[in-house]
Design a protein around this ligand. Structure first.
Ligand SMILES: [Zn+2]
Length: 294
């Protein structure tokens, strides 16, 4: 009897350990180095398959000569309180509702911004010290991220309240009383940008992200860089193949004829051809009918 009870207890303990172990593994599995690193993300969970098989992944290397959009992103950012979290992968500030950027005539709401070290996007094969990602969402269109490079220079006053309150250890989001931040002050003065369609740079690597990467960096001090590095030495995914993608110029698809474009590329050209063919056919019918009549 006692032996039977021991077997049952052992089974219950084993079952609990298995369930708990699985739950724990899902929470902490992926990282940036070794067996948990980016090369293995695709195998860690069926939900992460795109990390290995996707053809429109991010980040990418960008040629400095890639076509650059004018500074036409309409930012309508408001100040926010500071709610900050070390989620084990990055330092993230969750933003108050009501700040948007207009893209293709649609508002995308700023949800949060976070950091990578070194930069995830590279320019002409080289990385920069850090990259800031401002993450926006439109309920029907998906995500739009604005990427800003951080380089060493003067102390960044707009980033100071964030860098002064970075939690050293992973934990839950904390709201810092009496601190106000303004995302508009995190953007460079020159807001021209490269645009392409890509993915989340972390699992599950979903391919539903409109990327806007600004080549003009903002400066942060050596001390600010060091403060971040002390918490995250490396949290950047390596660049991914560009494959059959193209950089996007202009925010809305061009549907009107463009001056100087070849006639065959003009939608009116098809109408002209159809009308012309019908007119010619009518002429032939009239001529044949007349001949028969004669
Ligand atoms: Zn990011």
């Amino acid at each position: 009897m006692k032996q039977k009870l021991n077997v049952i207890i052992s089974l219950v303990v084993l079952l609990n350990a298995t369930l708990f172990g699985v739950a724990l593994a899902e929470e902490v599995h992926w990282g940036y180095e070794g067996e948990h690193g980016p090369a293995h993300w695709g195998e860690m969970d069926p939900a992460y398959t795109l990390c290995a098989t996707g053809l429109e992944q991010s980040p990418i290397d960008i040629a400095a000569t890639a076509p650059l959009n004018p500074a036409d992103l309409a930012f309508a950012y408001q100040p926010s309180g500071l709610t900050i979290v070390n989620n084990g992968h990055t330092i993230q500030a969750n933003y108050k509702a009501g700040s948007t950027v207009q893209i293709d005539g649609r508002p995308y709401e700023l949800l949060q911004f976070h950091f990578h070290r070194p930069s995830e996007h590279t320019v002409d094969g080289g990385d920069l010290p850090m990259e800031l990602h401002l993450v926006h969402r439109n309920d029907t269109e998906g995500l739009a991220v604005v990427g800003v490079f951080l380089v060493e220079g003067a102390e960044n006053a707009a980033l100071a309240p964030i860098f002064d309150h970075m939690p050293a250890e992973e934990g839950e989001p904390e709201t810092i009383e009496g601190v106000t931040i303004h995302a508009a002050d995190l953007l460079p003065a020159d807001q021209r940008y490269w645009r392409y369609d890509g993915s989340l740079t972390t699992p599950p690597c979903s391919e539903a992200v409109k990327w806007h990467v600004m080549p003009a960096p903002v400066e942060v001090s050596a001390a600010q860089l060091a403060a971040y590095e002390a918490i995250f030495h490396l949290n950047a995914r390596p660049v991914q193949p560009f494959n059959a993608r193209e950089f996007i110029l202009g925010q809305a698809p061009i549907t009107l004829p463009v001056t100087g474009a070849p006639l065959s590329g003009n939608p009116l050209f098809a109408v002209v051809v159809v009308v012309g063919v019908l007119a010619a056919a009518n002429l032939v019918i009239i001529v044949v009918a007349r001949r028969k009549h004669e």
